[in-house]
Structures are given as structure tokens and as C-alpha cells.
Design a protein around this ligand. Sequence first.
Ligand code: NAD
Length: 387
Amino acid sequence: MYRRTFMHYAGASALMLPAFSMLSGCGGSDKQSTEKTEAVDASGERKLGIALVGLGKYSEGELAPALEETKLCRLAGIVTGTPEKAEKWKKKYNIPAENIYNYQNFDQIRDNPEIDIVYVVLPNSMHAEYTIRAAQAGKHVICEKPMATSAADCQKMIDACNKAGKKLAIGYRLHFEPHNLEMMRLGQQLEYGKVKRILAQNGQKEGNDTPWRFDKELAGGGPLPDVGIYCLQGAIYTKGQIPVSVTAQYHPVTDKDKFKEVEEGIDFQLQFEDGSVAECKTSYNDQYNLLRAEADKGWFELQPAYQYGGLKGKTSQGDMKVENINQQARQMDAMADSFMNNTEIKVTGEMGMRDVQLIEAIYQAADTGKKVSTTHVQKALNHYKTA
Ligand code: NAD
């Protein structure tokens, strides 16, 4: 079913299949056949080719290593403005020269049938341009969080992907992570009764190694769109509802040199229609990592909740017995599966836009000191039953 659906769906990529079949029939000792072994999965099916755009910390430290574990997709190409990085990655990951692009010739990726998916891992304000260019080049897109630095850009990205008939997924890895899936299940299925209060806190001491994070133009904000977005996400998928209003308060600025353009920290509260509240907190100058739900008949929580591994869960009845996995590998395989088989994506562009709209409302609430209605935001929700 997998190949049949894939051939039906893959369009131009399907043209590559005769070449792959021919090559995978070769003996196993030469270099070419080794490369082609990597390009297919255990059952001989072609893996989808991903091109990473932006080879910074997240691409290098997490995504590329995860792509060595994925079953349905693989690292097939890169897009970088730094020739030395191109050379290093070419050697390390055995990437053919014709699959290496820079920001100027990026659009030529259109003619490369080995690239099925473009994964945008650039500073936040650049997500829109590269998502739109990737869709126009006929590729599916995975775009890192936050989707963009304005809801208007999110809309343009959704429109471009729809127009091109390509899928768009946002890099919300925790929707594929077992502890966070358990929070969704417990909360949405009312296992402990109605969730009345949620605490969501994500903060880290942000160093100076990615200066764009302190630049309003490039980042769109400070910790809120970067790590506070996980609180927003966690509260919504645990409650299974989208807030109807928000209030917010900036933290005092203690480092005036670093936080000239973006907030150092911010508290925000999400009010839900049924009267329940999520109390959220994020910072670039303090460490916390918690998602906790208090319900009518008990409580459940993750601490840490949002990091790449080592998550721990507890409930009022004892420890959660849930495994830690390679989150990025699980996420990219789930997305590749949706792209191949044309099935529903759990983390859509609409969900990314919903969060950017909520972030805009939270800033408005903090700037004005007033409660801001959020009934206008995209109604995208990941219902547990579809998980
Ligand atoms: P980074 O600074 O380490 O990497 C950014 C890359 O973009 C670098 O390779 C840099 O050379 C390139 N770049 C191109 N044009 C640039 C410009 N004008 N200014 C600065 N850099 C430019 O950042 P990162 O930590 O890898 O984050 C990249 C994206 O990934 C962000 O959107 C971030 O929110 C997201 N991210 C997601 C997760 C997650 O868990 N899902 C984790 C980390 C980062």
C-alpha cells in the first residue's frame, strides 16, 4: 500500500523509481550501491529526500543526526550560505554536489527529483520567504516553530502551499512525543475529570551564540515565540481547547544590554471558555520546564516537559510509565508518512498561524495591560483521538 500510494502521490519523484530499482539491483560492494541502500528503507521502498535549509545549531545538533535514524525519509540535500559548511556536510553525510544549494540558487531545487521535502530551519523572520519559495519549487515543506513573525506572513505561507498543492507541517516535535501525547490523552479524555488549571513554564538562560534571538526583526520577539510557544502549545493540547482571551505581564528587565529589543521574560494567562485558566511563564534569564494540569479528580504533570529527551511524567496516582524516544526522528517520519500517503498532518500551517496569532494577542495584552480576546484565531487543534 505504501509504494502504491507513494507512486500515485509522488508525481515527479516517481520518475526516479526506474533509476532506483536499477541501482538497488547492483552488487553491495561499490560506493554507489552503498549510497542507494541509504536511499531506500528496509523493504526497498524509496525514502523521501529532505533538504535542510539553514545549517545552524538545530540542524547540526538534532535534525541531521535524527535523519540517520528515520525510516521513511533521509537527508538528501542542504541549503547554506557558507561554503565551508557545505564542504563539511557533503563529506560527513555523503551528500552529492548537485544536492547542495545556496540562498541564491535555492529555487533550482525545483529541478531536483531527489528532494521531496524542504525543511526550513532559519531565523524566524526568514521562515516565510523560504517556505513560499519551496512551495513554488514544488516541494512539501516542514517549517520550524514559530511559523513566522506575523500572522500575515503565516497566511501567505498557507496560501502558497495550497496554491502549489503541497503540504505544510510545522516542526512541533512534541505532538509525536509519548509523554506529551499522554498529557493530551489524560487532559482531553477527562481521565481525571475536567482540567481546571494548567501551569506551563519554559525558560532558559540564553547565551550569545545565536545573536539573532535578541533581534526583534529576525526573531519576532524574545523567549515568547522561541520557548514560550511550548507553554502555549502544551496548555492547548492538554486542555483540548483554544483560549478565548489572554492577559500578560512582562518581567522586569535585569540585563539592559541584552534585552534592548526583545522581552527578557513574560507571564501570560490563557482563559478558556469553560472558566479554566492556564498560567504560563517564559524567560531567557531563568530556567524552568514544566507542564502541569490540575483537574477535578487529580493532577498530572511533566517535568521536564519540553526538552529533547529525559522527560519525566507523574500523576496523582504515581509515575507515568512512558518511554523517551528520538523526537525529531519520530516527527520527521510521521510527516514523511503524511506527505507520502496524503493523510492528515497533525501540526498544520493553520496551527502554526493560531500560535502566532495568540503570540500577537499576548504582546498586545502585555503592552496595554488589558485582557485581549482571542476568538478570532485559527481553530486548529490536535484532538487526541487522531493522535
Ligand atoms: P542558528 O542560529 O543556530 O541557525 C540558524 C541558521 O540560519 C544558521 O546556519 C545561519 O547561518 C543561517 N542564517 C541564514 N541567514 C541568516 C541571518 N540573516 N541571520 C542569522 N542566521 C542566518 O539557530 P537555531 O537554533 O538552529 O534555530 C533555527 C530555527 O530552528 C529557529 O526558527 C528556531 O526557533 C528553530 N528551532 C527549533 C527547535 C525545536 O525544538 N523545534 C529547536 C531549536 C531551534
